[in-house]
Design a protein around this ligand. Structure first.
Ligand code: FES
Length: 578
């Protein structure tokens, strides 16, 4: 249904429709870009929110993608206006890109609200960019669509496919174990990242691109079309057309970003072996939208969902293979009754209408419910005296034999301590030990880095062992694998129980029972709690964004947003200074 002639003018009319000083100023300066007078005739203004940056290589082609969106917007009778926001390159930013996710979200929110636009297309891809954009856009709530960068083509090395991140961890351990030369390691560098686009394993970026598609916030196949495939340009062109329709129909983001849509996406997350980072991002987005979504929902919603996509790091194939095999629509067709097929998507089709057209072309990549890649998928949420507010583990990326395990802790007080001692031949550790890393939570690091998949000690690697149980308050890259318990809440920086664990304490993980405990008496735990003085060597920050973040960041189990950003302010701006 398009807006009627006598309907309220679009939001941008406040700036562009007035025949006074304010209207003069808004239009005149825009005409310096070569825009003719008649584009300010009341048509929908579409913002193209771009996280392009040469320091975010995964998003470095998004200026070109924006041009295809503009084609579609012009064609549909809109006015496209591209604008930059802060970009976070996962492989470049220090101390960790996650520290800045909330800052990007503030930039996105205020850029959308403060400018004369009626709808917005979000161009993102590298890990934190898409969640940050959705958080910001949710707090304004205009008609919104997402276009992801798309994955790189498969990496190539010595005649085999290699996967972003996943093979870096493997090669690095092989070098440390003496099974790969440093020369070959360096050679693999060029073959791994050979086109624009995001990591082509099921890392956090590909996970979130698929999650966006599963929530119905993009056109079909947004999650998987390779970055360099012409079909991504076509999809971008069509997105440009479609966002104009959404503005005319006044279909805001909140019409699509609903609890049932998020439930669909969480089930898809399990079936694709998606990144644990999606847990924290979805909770933050839900918080902005006012949707009630807690940590336990992830366990509850995914417990019957097996792993259907054989893709790294949980399996062997890569995103290009996933796309050619049928992509997200086919996975959603396979999940069938586990999904709400009636949900409307921004495409104008329901989930059911999209999945009815889906086809699968390779059952070695995309498995059936009867013959899944693995029964244990999803996100397990653990509780116990080590993690009263929860911790998570991704069983599809873990070793089945370690999902129930009891052993002595080997404790590292912070990341520097880990780096200094992990390869010490005198380290009192064996392959059954449980590695514990402290000081890597949201406040403690700060920014909750992806270090939970800590490297194994060299002397253990030399025995041929490739996995151990590891526990921390950090996050883990979506490209990583192992029996890694992460997001332990509360974090050690604020005195969560993990901070009281000492070398030699016995720890018991019972994955199927969803428990994680240190086996010391309540009296001993109380003694250690009362003696706790705080972390010994945490860096201190007393100014700028770091301070704002540390003072206000929520814990991992609540999405690690800043407390004052939860919720939304809408799109109204009450004052005009021109
Ligand atoms: Fe950007 Fe992996 S580093 S998506």
């Amino acid at each position: 249904m398009t807006k009627k002639k006598d309907a309220k003018p679009y939001r941008s009319a406040h700036s562009y429709a007035k025949n006074d000083k304010d209207g003069f100023i808004h239009r005149s300066w825009m005409k310096s870009e070569g825009l003719p007078d008649d584009v300010f005739d009341g048509r929908p203004v579409i913002g193209i929110c771009n996280t392009w940056s040469e320091l975010t290589p995964c998003n470095a082609h998004l200026r070109e993608i924006a041009e295809y969106v503009k084609r579609g917007v012009w064609e549909a009778g809109g006015l496209p206006l591209e604008f930059p926001v802060m970009s976070t390159g996962e492989s470049q930013m220090r101390p960790t890109a996650m520290l800045f996710r909330n800052l990007v979200s503030m930039d996105v929110e205020e850029s959308i609200r403060g400018n004369p636009m009626d709808g917005v297309v979000l161009l993102g891809g590298c890990d934190k960019t898409t969640p940050a954009q959705l958080m910001g856009a949710a707090s304004v709530d205009l008609p919104t669509m997402v276009i992801s960068s798309g994955p790189m083509l498969n990496g190539k090395h010595c005649g085999t496919d290699i996967g972003s991140g996943t093979d870096v961890w493997k090669f690095s351990e092989d070098v440390r174990a003496g099974n790969m030369s440093i020369e070959e390691f360096m050679q693999a560098e060029s073959g791994m990242s050979r086109t624009p686009g995001t990591c082509m394993t099921m890392g956090s970026a590909s996970t979130f691109a698929c999650v966006v598609e599963a929530m119905g916030l993009s056109l079909p196949f947004n999650g998987t079309i390779p970055a360099v495939d012409a079909r991504r340009k076509t999809m971008s062109h069509l997105t440009g057309r479609r966002i104009v329709d959404l503005v005319k129909e006044d279909r805001k983001l909140s019409a699509y970003l609903t609890r049932p849509a998020m439930e669909n996406a969480i089930r898809v997350l399990a079936a694709i072996g998606g990144s644990t980072n999606a847990v924290i991002h979805l909770q933050a987005i839900a918080g902005r939208m006012g949707i009630d979504l807690c940590l336990d929902d992830f366990d509850q919603l995914t417990k019957d969902i097996p792993l259907l996509v054989d893709i790294q790091p949980s399996g062997k194939y890569l995103m290009e293979d996933f796309h050619y095999a049928g992509g997200v629509p086919y996975v959603m067709q396979t999940l069938g009754k586990f999904l709400d097929q009636k949900i409307e998507t921004v495409s104008g089709q329901t989930v059911g209408e999209i999945t009815a057209l889906a086809e699968g072309y390779n059952d070695d990549v995309l498995h059936s419910m009867q013959s899944p890649v693995k029964e244990n998928a999803g996100i397990w949420v653990l509780r116990g005296n080590l993690c009263p507010k929860g911790a998570i583990i991704k069983p599809s990326a873990a070793s089945d034999g370690l999902l129930t395990h009891e052993a002595k802790a080997v404790v590292f007080e912070n990341i520097e301590d880990l780096k200094a001692r992990i390869d010490d031949p005198e380290l009192d550790v064996d392959e059954n030990s449980i590695l514990v890393l402290k000081g890597c939570g949201p406040k403690g690091y700060p920014g909750m880095p992806e270090v939970a998949n800590m490297p194994l000690p060299q002397k253990i690697l030399e025995k041929g062992v490739r996995d151990m149980v590891r526990i921390s308050d950090a996050r883990m890259s979506g490209t990583a694998f192992g029996t890694v318990i992460l997001h332990v809440s509360p974090e050690t920086e604020i005195g969560g129980p993990l901070s009281f664990v000492e070398n030699g304490d016995m720890i018991r993980l019972d994955g199927p029972a969803r428990t994680l405990d240190v086996l010391i008496s309540e009296e001993e735990l109380a003694r250690r709690t009362s003696n706790w003085q705080g972390p010994e060597t945490a860096p201190k920050y007393d100014r700028g964004y770091y301070k704002l973040y540390i003072d206000h960041v929520l814990q991992a189990d609540e999405g690690a947003d800043l407390d004052f950003l939860v919720g939304k302010s809408g799109s109204i701006v009450t004052r005009e200074s021109h």
